[in-house]
Design a protein around this ligand. Structure first.
Ligand code: AMP
Ligand code: GLY
Length: 428
């Protein structure tokens, strides 16, 4: 079967790498892809915003499944356009992608369905926001832009000055925001494949959102991740599925917008049980680079069954017991203003250590490989536990020669400490 994969980051490289191992794959096309994806796929110049062109390409090339990697084309309704043309697609409709596209939509759904999440208020003006802060919330308080913000739309304000600064930015023009109660606990991400009705838990992970070691500094898209999230015990996962994921999927069905694809539940594990922080309507990046190498199955088979509403016919997904750990190498200046164009060498040396080197933001310049994005590479290793995976990951990272880049040296620190029996600090 021919497959078209949309996207150009490390998540899509991991998807391409795993899809390429499927015995039933014919030709894998990727648009726009990147030099790493090009090792597994034929790259095509297609703009995901041009639905007519994507549908036309899929028809002309006998594509039996379109896989949409990033959130923007989902929120933009690309999956709807493909379904209208009877082309199977892995990814939710625009209506269902609202679970990621609008924080207010998701909070209202949680309120209606009794799903555990932080208390909140939706505000549409600065005056409403100021009133909410004065009357309803104590510090710290969480202030979020309503729409997609590439991981940068959330402020945890510890002082009135920080809250005011966040609101100044949000209500600089017309805006909509969600103000939330601060939840304390450890975060974990749970991935669930669903065709709208049937569900298939698809692994867990923890990521490091902050740019600096010790989980400090500004939020990023993610500087590293590991899978599984052992803190999400089988009991807690069962609770999250029963109390959060299943009622959400039921509410989406009832609303006439069933969710099909992979639902990424960002959870806070509080003393009162798991609470929903947010949903994403797609795989995480870099979580996919940690989860997919552990999946012991045929990705094309489960994605097609998801797309065609046959997920319930398949056995549960199996994962190898090893820990996968992913370190992101970013361009200097990320997340504010990454310096692109820096030359990258040593990828073969890193791969020779046994690591998987996923390209996130690279481009080819003649024979050379250069950085073209904020997050440039995502390097994954498997180990018997996090400490071993971490040691191997840094051996591979150290084989990379990229003077214009940087990375965190402490990815997985909390899990490594847990293995050593010395849990401390908070993972943010
Ligand atoms: P989000 O984009 O909603 O995932 O938020 C980004 C990050 O902000 C989350 O991963 C959490 O680390 C943090 N965060 C969001 N909402 C809350 C909350 N209500 N309480 C504590 N931390 C939060
Ligand atoms: N790593 C977080 C995300 O993919 O949204």
């Amino acid at each position: 079967m021919n497959v078209l994969l949309l996207g150009s980051g490390g998540r899509e490289h991991a998807l391409a790498w795993k899809l390429a191992r499927s015995p039933s794959l014919g030709t894998l096309y990727a648009a726009p892809g990147n030099p790493g994806i090009a090792r597994h796929a034929r790259l095509v110049a297609l703009d995901a915003a041009d639905h007519v062109a994507v549908v036309g390409f899929a028809r002309d090339h006998g594509v039996g499944l379109v896989v949409i990697g990033p959130e923007a084309p989902l929120v933009d309704g690309l999956a709807d356009s493909l379904r209208a043309a009877d082309i199977p697609v892995f990814g939710p409709s625009a209506g269902a992608a609202q679970l990621e596209g609008s924080k207010g939509f998701t909070k209202d759904l949680c309120a209606r369905a009794g799903i555990p999440t932080a208390g909140y208020l939706r505000v549409r003006t600065r005056a409403e926001a100021d009133a909410a802060l004065a009357t309803t919330f104590s510090l710290p308080v969480v202030i979020k832009a309503d729409g997609l913000a590439a991981g940068k739309g959330v402020t945890i304000a510890y002082t009135p000055t920080e809250a005011a600064a966040a609101l100044d930015i949000l209500f600089d023009g017309p805006g909509e925001a969600v103000i939330e109660e601060f939840l304390d606990g450890e975060e974990a991400s749970l991935f669930v494949l669903t065709d709208g009705t049937a569900t298939m838990p698809f692994g867990s992970a923890q990521d490091h959102k902050r740019v600096g070691e010790g989980d400090t500094g500004p939020n990023t898209g993610g500087m590293g991740a590991y899978s599984p999230a052992r803190v999400l015990t089988p009991e807690l996962q069962a609770r999250a599925l029963a109390e959060i994921v299943e009622p959400t999927l039921a509410a989406m069905r009832d609303a006439g917008t069933p969710f099909s694809g992979v639902l990424y539940a960002g959870l806070m594990l509080t003393p009162a049980g798991p609470k929903l922080i947010e949903y994403n309507a797609r795989y995480g990046d870099p979580e996919a680079q940690a989860v997919l190498p552990r999946f012991d199955g045929d990705l094309l088979v489960v994605m097609l069954a998801t797309a065609e509403g046959r997920l319930g016919e398949l056995p549960p997904a199996r994962f190898i017991p090893e820990t996968a750990l992913t370190v992101v190498v970013a361009a200097r200046g990320y997340p504010a203003t990454p310096v692109t164009g820096g030359r990258i060498d040593g990828i073969e040396r890193a791969e020779a250590t046994g690591a998987l080197v996923f390209h996130a933001g690279t481009s080819a310049e003649g024979e050379a490989l250069v950085a073209s994005g904020g997050r440039v590479l995502a390097i994954t290793t498997l180990g018997d536990g996090a400490a071993q995976a971490q040691a191997q990951a840094y051996r591979a990272v150290d084989a990379i020669d990229f003077p214009g880049g940087f990375h965190r040296r402490d990815i997985g620190w909390r899990e490594v400490a847990r293995e050593r029996g010395q849990v401390g600090g908070r993972l943010s």
